[in-house]
Design a protein around this ligand. Structure first.
Ligand code: SAM
Length: 284
């Protein structure tokens, strides 16, 4: 049975009385070429642990299990659990967990697996793309890389460089934690049902060493949030309220760093955000 074929999805819906849930972001992948691209990019070895977010009917899960030591798939929809039991029958290295991935302690799963290397994969439910990615990174996911499908627009923002219109808080935050590669651009027609927008697969290589030294990580993220929260304002204005400094002191700080206070957050590199945050922390 070709799991990724649209006729299989039809058969499963009939056999199990399964109804695709729009609110859970259920757009199932039906293109073997894209499935292969995701799994190839994950570079899975037979001793590796793969954690999959949202297996659906198991198209990526089965492909990953062919190559990995272990696969743990976290699926929130309880109606998919009996289906996955059937579609993944015969695989002894797959564990399906019926949970909300946002509430799952993935680092505990990784520690308990005993595997040396972990990769995270998934065709993400689009309604929670950003919370999933930021949650993994902020909690310090002990994984090598994260290869995930998302809306093209979000992928473009994550990949953006300073100065670009699409550069924002998520670009700076993700690029602090990871280097980012585009794996594939994906047209909406390869999903059942087709979503309204095109998609893209990104590979986020989790950095072992951060690109900048921070005195206080929280201050760094407060600067990013404030800067982009009021992105049309100059830095001297948008950064007010980040710490206890007034506009004059902020301007002094920026001058000392050689950063023009009339610039806007969208022009700042991750390194410049770090310099500002460190200057702010020292003066707190
Ligand atoms: N991997 C499958 C594929 O590519 O065909 C399904 C991908 S579909 C875009 C997203 C999947 O994530 C669905 O199976 C959905 O039920 C599941 N999902 C949605 N919210 C979730 C959550 N909070 N935690 C875990 N899984 C979730």
């Amino acid at each position: 049975m070709k799991l990724y074929s649209p006729s299989t999805i039809r058969e499963i819906k009939e056999k199990y009385g399964f109804r695709l849930s729009k609110s859970l972001g259920q757009n199932f992948l039906t293109d073997k070429n894209i499935i292969d691209k995701i799994v190839d990019a994950a570079d899975i070895g037979e001793e590796d642990l793969v954690i999959e977010i949202g297996p659906g009917i198991g198209v990526l899960t089965a492909e990953a299990a062919e190559r990995a030591g272990r696969v743990v798939a976290v699926e929130i929809d309880k109606n998919l659990i009996p289906i996955l039991k059937d579609t993944l029958v015969g695989y002894t290295n797959i564990q399906v967990i019926n949970e909300d991935v946002l509430k799952t302690d993935l680092n505990r799963i990784i520690a308990e697996s005993g595997c040396k290397r972990t990769v995270i994969i998934g065709n993400l439910p689009y309604y929670i793309t950003t919370p999933i990615i930021m949650g993994l990174l902020e909690k310090g996911i002990e994984a090598d890389s994260i290869i995930v499908m998302m809306q093209k627009e979000v992928a473009d923002r994550i990949r953006s460089a300073p100065g670009s219109k699409t550069y924002g808080a998520i670009s700076a935050a993700v690029q602090y934690y990871c280097t980012v590669e585009l794996v594939a651009s994906v047209p909406k027609e390869v999903f059942v049902p087709a979503p309204k927008v095109d998609s893209a697969v990104l590979k986020l290589n989790v950095r072992k060493d951060k690109p900048v030294r921070l005195d206080d990580e929280k201050m760094f993220f407060r600067c990013i949030k404030a800067g982009f929260g009021q992105r049309r304002k100059t830095l001297a204005n948008s950064l007010q309220g980040v710490g206890s400094m007034d506009k004059e002191e902020i301007t002094e700080c920026l001058h000392a760093l050689g950063i023009d206070e009339k610039r806007r957050a969208e022009t700042l590199s991750v390194e410049e955000f770090a310099e500002i945050a460190n200057c702010f922390s020292r003066r707190e």
